[in-house]
Ligand binder design. Structure first.
Ligand code: PEP
Ligand code: MN
Length: 336
C-alpha cells in the first residue's frame, strides 16, 4: 500500500482478496503496510485486480516458494517476544538444560546452573522423539510439571518439544516456547496445530531439509500467527556423507537465512556435534557468525544421562563456555 493509505483502502483490498477466496496476512510496518495475498500459486490470478484499487502502490508476485517467512514480505528482522525476553534483538539468548527431563533433582540442578550462567531459557524434553522405541521416551506430563517448578524457582522460561498434535494443548499449558524437532519439521498437521496454539515456536531444521522446505514449514505456522510472527528457526546440523560428527554443522546457513528471511535464528551446537568436545567450538562459530542465540544440552553427570550424554556439557564446561561466549558476543557487536 502507498505510504499514508487509509484503513478503508486496506479494507477494500482485503475484501477483494476474500472475494477471490484467497487468504490474507498483513505486515504493518512503520512506513507502509504490505498485504500478502495467499493462495495456490497457479499464476491464474491477475495482479491487475488489485492494482486498480485506491492507494495500492505496487502488486508483486512473490517468486519464492515460501511467502510469510520471506524478506520480500517483511523487510525488517522479526523479534519474537517471549515473556520479557526478545529473541532476534541485540542481546543473544541462551537456552540450556538436559536433553530429557529425567527427574526433579537433575532438572532443578540444570536450571539453577543455567540461571547462574546467564541463560534465559531452560530446555528439556518431556515428550522425546527417540529413534528407537526402546529408548527412554520422556516423563510426559510429570516432566512438564518439573519444568514448571524449575521456572517458578529460577524465573527461566521453558522450551520443550511437542511430538504429536494430541499433546499440543497440554504442553502449551506449561511451555513458553513449543519446540518442533528435526524429525517433525515436515509434519504438517503438527505445524498447523502448534500454529493455532498462538505460542512462540522453535522450528528445527529437518535432517535433510533444504532451506526452501524449512521456510515453507515456517509458513505453515506463520499462517496461523496473524500479524505477529512467532517462529524462531533453529539449525542443528544436517546429514551428509561425513559421519565423523553426528551431523554436519550447517553454520553457513546463517548468512543465507539472513538474506532470505526476517525470522530469528538459534543455533544448536549440541545435536550437530554429537560429542561434547566439539560443542564449545561450534557455539563460538555461531556467535561469531551472527546467530541470535544458542540452545545447549547440559547435565550434572553426562555419563549417567538417559539421553544424549555424549554431547551434554558438564556444569563446569558450560560455565566456562558462557564466559568465553560473552567476550565473543561483544566483539560481534552483541550482548549476551
Ligand atoms: C532435542 O532438541 O531434544 C532434539 C531431539 O533435537 P533434534 O530434533 O534437533 O534432533
Ligand atoms: Mn538431545
Amino acid at each position: 500500500m502507498r505510504k499514508g493509505a487509509k484503513p478503508v483502502d486496506i479494507e477494500v483490498v482485503i475484501a477483494r482478496v476474500k472475494d477471490l477466496e484467497c487468504e490474507v496476512q498483513m505486515n504493518i510496518g512503520t512506513e507502509r503496510t504490505v498485504i500478502a495475498v495467499l493462495g495456490a500459486n497457479t499464476g491464474e490470478l491477475d495482479t491487475g485486480v488489485f492494482e486498480v484499487l485506491p492507494n495500492v502502490e505496487q502488486v508483486v508476485r512473490m517468486q519464492k516458494p515460501y511467502k510469510l517467512a520471506s524478506r520480500d514480505f517483511k523487510k525488517d528482522n522479526s523479534v519474537v517476544k517471549v515473556g520479557n525476553i526478545e529473541i532476534g534483538g541485540n542481546q543473544l539468548v541462551t537456552m540450556a538444560g538436559p536433553c530429557a527431563v529425567e527427574d526433579r533433582e537433575t532438572t532443578l540442578a540444570c536450571a539453577r546452573l543455567a540461571k547462574k550462567c546467564g541463560a534465559q531459557f531452560l530446555r528439556g524434553g518431556a515428550f522425546k522423539p527417540r529413534t528407537s522405541p526402546f529408548a527412554f521416551q520422556g516423563l510426559g506430563e510429570e516432566g512438564l510439571k518439573i519444568l514448571a517448578e524449575a521456572r517458578d524457582e529460577t524465573g527461566l522460561l521453558i522450551v520443550t518439544e511437542v511430538t504429536s498434535e494430541q499433546d499440543v494443548q497440554l504442553i502449551a499449558g506449561y511451555a513458553d516456547i513449543l519446540q518442533i524437532g528435526a524429525r517433525n519439521m515436515q509434519n504438517y498437521r503438527l505445524l498447523d496445530a502448534v500454529g493455532k496454539a498462538h505460542k512462540p515456536v522453535l522450528l528445527k531444521r529437518g535432517l535433510t531439509a533444504t532451506i526452501d522446505e524449512w521456510l515453507m514449514a515456517a509458513d505453515y505456522i506463520l499462517r496461523c500467527n496473524g500479524d505477529q510472527p512467532n517462529v524462531i528457526l533453529c539449525h542443528r546440523g544436517i546429514r551428509t556423507f561425513d559421519n565423523s560428527t553426528r551431523f554436519t554443522f550447517d553454520v553457513g546457513v546463517i548468512p543465507v537465512l539472513r538474506q532470505l528471511t526476517h525470522l530469528p535464528i538459534i543455533t544448536d551446537p549440541s545435536h550437530t556435534a554429537g560429542k561434547f568436545q566439539y560443542v564449545p567450538s561450534y557455539a563460538k562459530m555461531a556467535v561469531a557468525g551472527d546467530t541470535d542465540g544458542l540452545i545447549i544440552e547440559i547435565h550434572p553427570n553426562p555419563k549417567k544421562a538417559l539421553c544424549d550424554g555424549a554431547h551434554s556439557l558438564t556444569f563446569s564446561d558450560f560455565a566456562r563456555l558462557c564466559s568465553e561466549l560473552r567476550v565473543l558476543a561483544l566483539a560481534a557487536g552483541r550482548s549476551m
